[in-house]
Design a protein around this ligand. Structure first.
Ligand SMILES: [Fe+2]
Ligand SMILES: [Fe+2]
Ligand SMILES: [Fe+2]
Length: 427
């Protein structure tokens, strides 16, 4: 049942950040290591906890705007520098995070995480922002310079030499001075190649000021639904449609207000695992090969694994992550059966299918009422989805469609604004 207990925000961000690194095995927890190295630099410089807290979150999310394998790969080159001021992952990350108030400051850090020091030094920005962006920038470049297949300590001299050459132009000189001070401290370099856990961060910080009250988790989830959907123009409004449908059906199936609220969050997050799928695959309307098909299908597995360790999100997770399970046990990835699936999970499955077939996609029109009900009823006949829920869809088809369209057109407006930032620019 829904509680008013806070959601452990750092846990949630950490899990999401792990998922975005799954798009390429070479990244191997890049985000977490950048967060850890940044924390160690800030520690060494004696910064207070709230500074460090923002730095960790920014470190974990710094590449959240990078959707494609191609761009993630490019950033692994030490000399990577965004070519365009707005059409690059730091700016996209900033745009996606900035409207969610608790992350506004973090969004700005993300925006500047590839900026050279000489380019931000004289900008009228808060000093803490410039410092944070620089620390992430340096931690990020250190991670790229380390060859993970070799002993890190034997590489320290070369890394420090390279970093030092960037002092003043690329990097803020006093931070580089601190890195050079850390040259002989083995822990710093061994930490930089470790696999940090949540406790790595929480133990160092103690009290965490930013845990979420349940009341704003829907706004967080809504923001994330855009990060999930905007990865591909084909699905730019999909989660919004699923959310509106699932919330409507939850009420129609006599869920309480609290439960309908939970359903809304589950709807926004149902495709969260797509963060682990590169946009190159999501952008293929057809013609996926077997491997690509398997990668896409694994998104619900990732949704489940991302959310499973988050306290107070257990029920929401089960509603979100089981939307490709079917009553006959032939769904994926857990092959749960009718008795193992809760009503909430069954509602999400119907909402996902309903939305997918009725919404317009850039490459095809949505189905009309008659055809979509035929599809849903066939699935009932084949013991795939729940008959009572489909009966509610049949009863309320026009109203649900209205709600779904309203919600998707809101998301479409936001998507258009987002795309307009890049209009006329190479993509
Ligand atoms: Fe980056
Ligand atoms: Fe990075
Ligand atoms: Fe899905």
């Amino acid at each position: 049942m829904l509680t008013k207990k806070p959601i452990p925000f750092l846990d949630l961000v950490l899990s999401i950040s792990e998922a975005t690194d799954l798009i390429d095995s070479e990244l191997n927890n890049h985000n977490k290591r950048v967060a850890f190295t940044s924390l160690n630099i800030a520690d060494s410089l004696g910064f207070p906890n709230n500074f460090k807290y923002n730095l960790i979150i920014a470190g974990l999310l710094h590449d959240i705007g990078s959707f494609s394998l191609k761009e993630r790969h490019e950033t692994l080159d030490y000399n990577y520098r965004p070519e365009h001021p707005t059409n690059n992952h730091s700016y996209i990350g900033y745009i996606l995070l900035k409207d969610f108030n608790p992350l506004a400051e973090i969004a700005s850090i993300v925006k500047y995480h590839h900026h050279f020091w000489k380019d931000i030094e004289d900008l009228e920005l808060p000093e803490t922002l410039k410092l944070s962006a620089q620390i992430i920038h340096i931690a990020d470049r250190i991670d790229v310079l380390i060859d993970k297949n070799r002993d890190v300590l034997s590489q320290v001299n070369d890394i420090c030499h390279t970093i030092k050459k960037g002092s003043r132009v690329r990097y803020k000189p006093d931070i580089i001075k601190e890195i050079i001070n850390l040259k002989n401290k083995e822990y710093f370099w061994l930490d930089a190649t470790s696999q940090p856990e949540i406790s790595t961060f929480t133990d160092k910080l103690g009290y965490l000021p930013l845990d979420f009250e349940i009341d704003i988790i829907d706004k967080f989830a809504n923001m994330f639904s855009h990060i999930i959907d905007f990865r591909s123009p084909f699905t730019a409004t999909h989660s919004s449609g699923v959310t509106a449908t699932a919330e409507f059906l939850a009420r129609a199936m006599d869920f309480s207000d609290n439960e309908a609220f939970m359903m809304k969050i589950a709807g926004y997050l149902h495709d969260l695992g797509k963060l682990a799928v590169p946009s190159e695959i999501l952008d293929k309307a057809a013609g996926l090969n077997n491997e690509e098909f398997r990668i896409i299908r694994s998104h619900t597995y990732h949704t489940y694994r991302i959310l499973e360790n988050i306290t107070n999100l257990e029920i929401i997770n089960s509603w979100a992550a089981f939307h490709h399970e079917t009553l006959d046990g032939n769904g994926y990835p857990f092959h749960l059966t009718e008795s193992e699936l809760s009503l909430g999970s069954k509602i999400m499955a119907v909402s996902d299918i309903f939305t997918a077939i009725t919404e317009d996609r850039p490459y095809r029109k949505g189905m009309n009422k008659k055809d979509s009900l035929k599809v849903l009823n066939n699935m009932v006949k084949n013991n795939k989805i729940d008959s009572n829920i489909v009966a509610k869809v049949t009863e309320n088809f026009n109203e649900i469609s209205e709600e779904r369209k309203k919600s998707e057109s809101r998301a479409k407006k936001y998507y258009k604004e987002y795309r307009s930032i890049f209009e006329g620019q190479p993509t």
